[in-house]
Design a protein around this ligand. Structure first.
Ligand SMILES: Nc1ncnc2c1ncn2[C@@H]1O[C@H](COP(=O)(O)OP(=O)(O)O)[C@@H](O)[C@H]1O
Ligand SMILES: Nc1ccn([C@@H]2O[C@H](COP(=O)(O)OP(=O)(O)O)[C@@H](O)[C@H]2O)c(=O)n1
Length: 228
């Protein structure tokens, strides 16, 4: 059967990776969480003296970006890919609120995006890939056969992320998460390089009132239409 590229973009915490992972697993495609790559660059920056408070030493990061290697390996326990930064599993460490609060300014840097986009395009060369993020349908794979743009209200997105952190036993404040979600949406939409926006040919999905099962059904329906 022919293989296609599926680009899933949208606002923070609305369920992109949940849909993308489910589809990839069921159709035997590779799943890439591009946000995890920007989170890993952020974690590297936090651990290597690139942040002074909220100020980024861009020259230092520019010099070191070539030393930042990100890869994904399947975790047999969860059945999902874990993120590795220079060979070390950082899956849990990249999901903290501290990383969430610093990732959007790092992602707005042109040389960071260039490096990540090149790696993402290499991963998709053979097709058979589902990638989620902010600029997948507009910049990384503008020729993707299926493009989805997902949105939901900020309050419901913050609630979903809050429930997720709580379930993992992490400290979380709903108000702090809501503020972070809104702040990232703003920075992601207003940056100069590849801002978050719906590609003209992307299908819009507002999943505010959809369950995980319902949105999965919706995505499969569109996958089957395109992949006839
Ligand atoms: N339709 C939905 N209804 C309720 N919770 C959802 C829905 N879709 C995803 N979730 C949950 O919301 C959280 C954020 O989803 P995730 O897929 O990580 O979002 P994104 O990749 O867009 O940041 C996860 O805990 C996920 O299980
Ligand atoms: N393709 C992408 C993916 C993520 N990002 C950035 O990385 C951040 C984290 O992405 P994510 O997908 O992990 O975010 P969540 O919605 O899962 O919290 C986003 O807020 C963006 O700033 C990006 O700029 N481009």
């Amino acid at each position: 059967m022919k293989k296609i590229v599926i680009a899933i973009d949208g606002f923070s915490s609305c369920g992109k990776s949940t849909m993308a992972k489910d589809l990839a697993r069921e159709v035997g495609y590779i799943y890439i969480d591009s946000g995890a790559m920007y989170r890993a660059v952020t974690l590297y920056s936090m651990e290597n003296g690139i942040f002074n408070g909220d100020v980024i030493d861009t020259e230092k990061l520019r010099n070191e970006i070539k030393n930042i290697h990100i890869s994904f390996r399947l975790n047999p326990e969860t059945g999902r890919p874990d993120t590795y930064l220079n060979g070390v599993n950082v899956e849990n460490r990249i999901r903290t609120m501290e990383v969430s609060s610093k990732v959007s300014p790092i992602s707005a840097l042109d040389f960071v995006r260039e490096a990540m986009v090149a790696q993402q395009q290499a991963m998709g060369k053979e097709k058979g890939i589902v990638m989620d993020g902010r600029d997948i349908g507009t910049t990384v794979f503008p020729d993707a056969e299926l493009k989805i743009f997902v949105t939901a209200t900020p309050e419901i997105r913050a609630q979903r992320r809050y429930d997720e952190l709580k379930a993992k036993g992490q400290e979380a404040s709903f108000d702090e998460i809501l503020e972070n979600v809104k702040q990232r949406d703003y920075i992601d939409q207003n940056r100069d390089v590849s801002p978050l926006r719906k590609a003209d040919d992307a299908l819009l999905l507002d999943n505010t009132d959809l369950t995980i099962e319902q949105q999965k059904g919706w995505l499969f329906e569109h996958f089957n239409k395109v992949n006839k």
